[in-house]
Design a protein around this ligand. Structure first.
Ligand SMILES: [Zn+2]
Length: 288
């Protein structure tokens, strides 16, 4: 029997906003996500979508669906809202299948990116100091390059290889000019084939001239950094919407690729201090 989740509260910190923009807004673009009730409703829409998706993947023969893991994936603790759970058979812990679980995508990909960027910026300048006068020493860049492929026999491996090569090219092109960068390759099924989305999140000196194809945040604040992190960490909706057989092939092939790479201050990155709000949801659940 599945957990019955109840939304208790909706954190408004910037990292929670990034989580919701990167996943909820991608899966349900029309949702407003302003009032707590709207956020809660969308979280439950995603929960239902995720559980239905797991059923489809299990029926299509996904090996994960055969094990106890399936129950944990169905009942993986939703993130970006504080939840209570009842009817606990499977304890609502993290399934950690972050390539497709929307909640673990929030906790793994979005949080990792947020912590890396904010930690490095806090460690290296007073970027978030509202009293700062004059130009900021650094600006943030966020860019995405999407390439489409038609379905063929040697995919998704060919797409993953392509993403890997594109990341290497991006790194060669950009890294000398950036103080720090994260390069991220996301492969997902599309309607008739595959999409390779290669993404850049970079920190540059304020006088660095940036091409038009890349969005620039001249004056980073927690809110606009959250928007940049959400764009960079956008959940691949094809995993939830398109051909389950292709999703399974991708999940099986994906683990041998390293498509998230950090460079410069983002590699050394400082740790975020005192931003534990989203984790309070974990403590709200009484498992005793
Ligand atoms: Zn999960």
């Amino acid at each position: 029997m599945d957990c019955k989740f109840t939304a208790v509260s909706t954190p408004r910190d910037a990292r929670s906003l990034a989580q919701r923009s990167s996943v909820l807004k991608r899966l349900f673009p029309k949702s407003e996500l302003v009032k707590d009730a709207d956020v809660g409703e969308t979280v439950f829409q995603v929960l239902n979508l995720w559980r239905r998706r797991l059923n489809v993947l299990k029926q299509a023969g996904w090996s994960m669906g055969e094990k106890k893991k399936y129950g944990y994936m169905r009942n993986c603790l939703p993130s970006s809202v504080v939840m209570e759970a009842s009817r606990v058979v499977y304890k609502p812990r993290f399934c950690c299948v972050s390539l497709i679980c929307p909640w673990c995508w929030m906790r793994e990909t979005v949080n990792k990116t947020w912590n890396t960027v904010v930690g490095a910026m806090q460690a290296n300048s007073s970027m978030f100091d509202k009293d700062q006068v004059g130009p900021y020493p650094y600006k943030l860049l966020v860019g995405t390059r999407n390439v489409s492929f038609e379905e063929s026999d040697n995919q998704p491996a060919a797409c993953l290889d392509r993403a890997d090569r594109l990341l290497t090219q991006m790194r060669r092109r950009w890294s000398d000019n950036l103080v720090g960068a994260i390069y991220f390759g996301v492969v997902s099924p599309s309607k008739n084939g595959w999409t390779v989305s290669n993404r850049l999140l970079g920190l540059a000196h304020s006088d660095f001239k940036v091409p038009d194809t890349v969005k620039v945040i001249e004056h980073p604040t927690r809110r606009n950094v959250a928007a940049a992190v959400a764009k960079f960490s956008a959940y691949p909706v094809g995993m939830m919407r398109h051909d389950p057989e292709r999703v399974i092939r991708l999940l099986d092939a994906r683990s041998s690729y390293r498509l998230y790479r950090t460079v410069g201050v983002f590699r050394a990155g400082g740790r975020v201090v005192g931003d534990p709000e989203p984790e309070e949801g974990d403590r709200a659940i009484d498992l005793s």
